[in-house]
Design a protein around this ligand. Structure first.
Ligand code: TMP
Length: 269
């Protein structure tokens, strides 16, 4: 299921050759949008882990994450959480509002796992006394280090008011996401969001940005504990597309043939 990493031109495809590239990240590309203040967010099949030390291309991942992020963002918007999502354009692209990204990974944890379990010597899956919100400074060269709120404010990455807004937004996202996932037999162990600033008249406000997908969450089957998120790739636990497809199926957002999306003509014998 994996093939060597494609270069930007390959992952973009010929049909977008004339579009202006704004930013290319590890899993997504941003292009100039049709109107000022908009961007097109393209979901690649590229998967990376451990600050891109481990890489692969996973057929169908971008299509699944585009659909799943649309599902989560529209659901969150419906309960009043402002997001950058405008509409999905096609299998791999969505139209979004341009934002100024706050340089933080905002992580919410309901159960100990991953870096928290490691740092504190806790068993993965231990329930936390309450949801815990933490922040990493977005800097690949530094490996996105965990930072206290004090640093964020002192260095001016966000104000105290921004941080209060970010925590309350993150907890609302957690409540909605936990409930939706519980409804389909999945435990939301933890997740990461990013927020962006938009300017409206003389005011600025913070909105949910980036993506919400199994790339940025830990999702465990409630009954079996099976992992249905990017840990399948990080820890070599099986087929990542199958895991994401399972999440999409349970949520009812699966286009029926999502795992068969050839990028070039295929000979059929
Ligand atoms: P962690 O336990 O590795 O710190 O990860 C916490 C959550 O954040 C987990 O759901 C995975 C997600 N995450 C990202 O989305 N991007 C990242 O670069 C990392 C390290 C974690």
């Amino acid at each position: 299921m994996t093939r060597p990493m494609a270069g930007p031109a390959q992952s973009r495809g010929y049909h977008m050759a004339r579009r202006k590239l704004v930013y290319e990240g590890k899993a997504k590309i941003l292009y100039e949008g049709p109107e000022p203040g908009t961007l097109v967010q393209y979901f690649k099949d590229d998967a990376t882990a451990f600050n891109a030390e481990k890489k692969a291309v996973i057929d169908g991942k971008g299509v699944l994450n585009n659909r799943l992020s649309e599902f989560f963002m529209t659901g969150l918007a419906a309960i009043g959480i402002p997001t950058h999502f405008i509409r999905r354009l096609n299998m791999r692209e969505q139209l979004i509002r341009q934002v100024e990204i706050v340089p933080l990974e905002v992580i919410v944890r309901n159960f100990a796992a991953g870096s928290m379990a490691k740092r504190l010597g806790m068993e993965e899956g231990t329930a936390l006394p309450r949801p815990i919100v933490e922040f990493s400074y977005k800097d690949d060269a530094l490996g996105d280090p965990l930072v206290p709120e004090e640093y964020v404010i002192a260095f001016g990455w966000a104000s105290q008011q921004d941080m209060d807004d970010i925590v309350s937004l993150a907890l609302r996202v957690n409540d909605w996401m936990s409930g939706v996932m519980f409804g389909v037999g999945i435990k939301l162990v933890d997740f990461k969001i990013e927020v962006g600033r938009v300017y409206e008249n003389d005011f600025s406000r913070l909105i949910l940005a980036d993506e919400i997908s199994p790339d940025s969450c830990r999702l465990w089957d409630i009954e079996t504990g099976q992992k249905l998120d990017k840990d399948v790739f990080r820890r070599d636990l099986g087929n990542l597309t199958d895991a994401y497809t399972e999440v999409a199926k349970r949520l009812g957002v699966l286009p029926s043939n999502v795992t068969h999306t050839p990028t070039k003509p295929t000979l059929i014998n």
